[in-house]
Design a binder for this molecule. Structure first.
Ligand SMILES: [Zn+2]
Length: 429
């Protein structure tokens, strides 16, 4: 008789298969009909969705949960957010940043979000942001994978010490090279910053993740330079371009030339729908642009696209929960991805696609993979998007790290059922 540390029974996988998952140590040992097996603990997932963990490919953990300090963003624009953050990052202590980040990671774990790529501002010479996030990466390592991007918020070339501080951050152990070409002083300087940043990544063997063309200006075409540099330096498959909002407003003919170049360079795209819909189009009268890049068009070209969260309770965004299902839900609406296939794809974008963008080893639900998974109070992936339901159980690296009781509402109506669940594809439980 097979014996496991943990046995998750009868769950429905995102691809529709219904099966048991046996876990030994930090690995998935077996999947299939495991009835009759012995286990240290059995988790009954009958009728519930069992998914690999959520992954966020774009976040700012040094700024999270700081909303209102030193004051709120009155205009609601990206630029006022940047200027507010410029004050906050010099006031915040390392301990305070660590505390805020650890609190956010607790939220993330409870939501089944077990891998996050966060940009870390490398502008201030004290680099307290980097010191704090390196500590957080170490503290959460047993249960959450945190990747750090060296992010020159005030410009790699525009800020007087932008270049040297980014290199210092990489020397301290930051994992990924970042950049912000549309914030440099000129288009030429933006392009020059990308050339230098890609050369640094090539020299050091690191991935690249650029805040690229986060603007409504259709002439912001730094993605073109990024694709060129990837081609020139052979960085295929390890570069991501975040936001790409200018593509929303670009000329269609130009985009028809651009998309194959992005595909050829194997650059992944990371739109951040909650933030893009809130920050972009602020200078428009009516009609107002949506401010989201061309998601389905990129996917049709074979470009990998993952939804990112970007901000939760910080100078740029007053809301946010840490739930990647909220992110996918907004993306689905703004990109009008409403066919059954597109909706299922939106779920894959916050799991498998994002894991591939981060290059996570041993991710997914298969024997031999790392035993990390989430049990959701939903019947399938599309219902999970519709309900954004409770995470009944979260397992990270073979250990149960969060549980939540099923929480049906109790009705007080004559002639109606006593309890109500909003699930609509309810199998027998
Ligand atoms: Zn960002």
């Amino acid at each position: 008789m097979a014996s496991f540390d943990l046995l998750v029974t009868g769950g429905t996988l995102p691809d529709g298969r219904v099966l048991d998952i046996g876990i030994t140590g930090d690995r998935i040992a077996a999947m299939g009909d495991l009835s009759g097996s012995d286990a240290g603990e059995v988790i009954d997932a009958q009728g519930d969705l069992v998914s690999p963990p959520f992954v966020d490919p774009h976040f700012h953990m040094d700024a999270t949960l700081s909303y209102g300090t030193p004051r709120i963003n009155a205009s609601g624009t990206l630029l006022e957010g940047i200027s507010l953050w410029g004050e906050l990052r010099d006031q915040a202590t390392v301990d305070e940043m660590v505390d805020r980040a650890l609190t956010y990671c607790d939220w993330a774990v409870s939501l089944g979000l077990l891998a996050i790529r966060t940009h870390v501002d490398t502008t201030p010479d004290h680099l307290n942001t980097v010191t704090a996030m390196l500590e957080v990466r170490e503290r959460v390592k047993p249960y959450l994978d945190l990747q750090l991007v060296a992010f020159p918020q005030d410009g790699f070339l525009r800020s007087p010490t932008g270049q040297q501080n980014l290199l210092r951050a990489l020397d301290m152990g930051v994992d990924v090279v970042g950049g912000i070409p549309h914030f440099e002083r000129t288009m030429e300087q933006g392009a020059a910053s990308l050339t230098q940043l890609c050369e640094i990544a090539a020299d050091r063997g690191l991935p690249v993740d650029i805040h690229c063309d986060e603007t409504d200006d259709p002439l912001s075409r730094h993605i073109e330079t990024l694709a060129y540099e990837v081609q020139r330096l052979g960085l295929h498959g390890r570069v991501a371009a975040s936001h790409l909002t200018s593509m929303h407003s670009m000329d269609n003919y130009y985009v028809s030339k651009l998309l194959p170049l992005i595909a050829e360079a194997q650059i992944a795209a990371i739109p951040n729908p909650l933030i893009n819909i809130v920050l972009q189009g602020r200078h428009d009268s009516y009609p107002k642009r949506r401010g989201l890049t061309r998601v389905r068009e990129m996917q049709a070209q074979g470009i990998r696209v993952g939804w990112g969260q970007d901000c939760v309770r910080d100078p740029w965004y007053s809301l946010g929960t840490g739930d990647m299902l909220d992110v996918a839900f907004m993306g689905l609406h703004v990109a009008q991805m409403t066919s059954p296939q597109d909706m299922a794809r939106c779920f894959t974008m916050v799991t498998e696609d994002n894991a591939a963008i981060l290059g996570l080893p041993d991710y997914g639900l298969a024997p031999g993979k790392r035993a990390s998974l989430v049990v959701l109070d939903a019947g399938d992936a599309v219902e999970a998007l519709r309900l954004r339901p409770d995470r009944l159980c979260v397992i990270s690296k073979g250990r149960v790290v969060s549980r939540q009781a099923r929480n049906d509402a109790r009705l007080g109506l004559t002639g109606r059922p006593q309890t109500v669940r909003r699930r609509h594809t309810l199998p027998p439980h």
